[in-house]
Design a protein around this ligand. Structure first.
Ligand code: ARG
Length: 461
């Protein structure tokens, strides 16, 4: 029993069945098989260049690994829990296929630097995929923003109606969040795409390895600077899951708004049937389940981040087996982030907005009050006083159950002699939007400029 293990040489007793089940990682790290094989092939080619393997040996190893890969992909491969992890499963099958030569592959390498490489390659590939998902969400949001660049929406602070904005401007705010997410991933990738092979177990190796050449072979821009850091650094996973947590937080904010907007008391959107569900008892219901689930799954990804932070916080140098627990949180976050981004893009593409409902709320909420105060300030009334005068006019109009724009000039003049006929142009809601032409504002020139800049950015990716 003991001698079945690759590391079993010094063991007299076999592993307890409970320990085998407890310690195996192959049930989840088999997801890394392609990266494991790619990394091993690059390692074998390096060993040949360094004169440690003959070219024929390296070729036999690489071909054998290709065979293992096709067995895995065809489903013929038999994963063995007693082989612990993906690395030993692949290597032992390689040795079955090509014989003792397979045992030379692990020269100058440890599973400690091997797993770091595999996982880095995997995280790098998935982060690149996240960026594509983020870009398609931004594309959809920009398209919908353009379509609704003149659609009036009550802009809120404190979730209270504040000033009129456009739905376009609102959607473009989310584009900025997702663009920053994309940039955050680009930045994280610099630290993910570092080649750790050659650190070996922890101290480097006596064999003349060439990490730079392996990095070039794998298309990684950087190599490790310190062997101990190389095998114990999991910052790259944490940064990735943080970036994913923030993506989810941004998605969750949008979900929250869509849930509110879909409530008939708001009625700003009609959810696409494809992303809503009905109630088994209340026939009238159309529930925003996709948004709710996405909002809920945010907790899952943030939980993974917390788990990872706690995982690494007390670890002494260097590799510790605890680190095996780094993979499932990432895999889970990856599934959640990509599914959520995909659904958000599809859902927003199909979302039916209801501009009349948005406009009606703007008119009910005195969203032109700031306009009146600014109007008075422009006529020389100190802004604090203008604010007070406007507040009094709002209270009066509210008592009458009308908007400021519905008061006649005599009524308005009672609050300030500075108010003239020209006030009505200012009280016009769409004018409030049109006049906000400063950079980044909700005015049409600014919105057009934002759309242009975002399209330029998307085109540059
Ligand atoms: N399955 C292990 C992990 O995920 C691979 C590295 C094991 N290294 C070791 N020295 N036992 O971390």
């Amino acid at each position: 029993m003991a001698d079945k293990k690759m590391w079993g040489g010094r063991f007299a007793q076999g592993t307890a069945a409970s320990m085998e089940a407890f310690s195996e990682s192959v049930s989840f790290d088999r997801l890394l098989y392609a990266e494991d094989i790619r990394g091993s092939q690059a390692h074998a080619r390096m060993l040949a260049r360094q004169g440690f393997l003959t070219d024929d040996e390296a070729r036999a190893i690489c071909d054998g690994l290709d065979k293992v890969k096709s067995e895995i992909e065809s489903g013929a491969f038999v994963w063995k829990t007693e082989m612990e992890d993906v690395h030993m499963n692949v290597e032992s099958r390689l040795t079955e296929i090509i014989g003792p030569l397979g045992g030379k592959l692990h020269t100058a390498r440890s599973r400690n630097d091997q797993v770091a490489l595999d996982f880095r390659l995997h995280v790098a590939a998935r982060l690149a995929a996240w960026q594509e998902y983020l870009a398609s969400v931004v594309t959809v949001f920009v398209d919908r923003a353009e379509e609704h660049k003149n659609t009036m929406l009550p802009g809120c602070t404190h979730f209270q109606p504040a000033q009129p904005v456009t739905l376009g401007q609102h959607l473009l705010a989310y584009c900025q969040m997702f663009k920053r997410d994309h940039e955050r991933v680009t930045d994280a990738l610099k630290r993910v795409r570092v080649m750790p092979l050659g650190a070996a177990a922890l101290a480097g190796t006596t064999h003349p390895v060439d990490p730079r050449a392996v990095a070039d072979d794998l298309g990684l821009p950087a190599t490790f600077a310190n062997s101990m850091d190389a095998v114990s650094d999991r910052d790259f996973v944490l940064e990735a899951v943080f970036a994913g947590s923030l993506v989810m937080a941004h998605l969750s904010r949008m979900c929250e708004e869509l849930i509110i907007w879909a409530n008939p008391n708001f009625g700003y959107v009609k959810l696409p049937d494809q992303y809503a569900t009905g109630s088994s008892i209340m026939p009238q219901k159309k529930n925003p389940d996709a948004c709710e689930i996405m909002r809920g799954k945010t907790g899952r990804v943030v939980g993974s981040l917390m788990g990872l932070l706690v995982l690494i916080k007390g670890l002494p140098m260097t590799y510790n087996r605890d680190m095996q627990e780094d993979k499932e949180p990432f895999f889970d976050a990856d599934r959640t982030v990509t599914a959520s981004l995909g659904i958000m893009a599809d859902m927003l593409r199909l979302m039916e907005f209801v501009p009349e409902k948005m406009a009606a709320t703007v008119k009910r909420g005195f969203l032109n009050a700031t306009e009146l105060a600014d109007y008075l300030a422009a006529k020389g009334v100190p802004f604090r006083e203008a604010h007070h005068i406007t507040g009094a006019a709002v209270a009066y109009a509210e008592g009458k159950g009308v908007g400021l724009e519905d008061l006649d000039l005599d009524e308005l003049k009672r609050f300030s002699g500075e108010i003239g006929e020209d006030v009505y142009a200012v009280l016009d809601y769409s004018a409030a939007i049109r006049r906000r032409i400063t950079p980044g504002g909700t005015g049409p020139e600014s919105v057009a400029a934002q759309i242009k800049a975002l399209r330029g950015w998307l085109g540059s990716l």
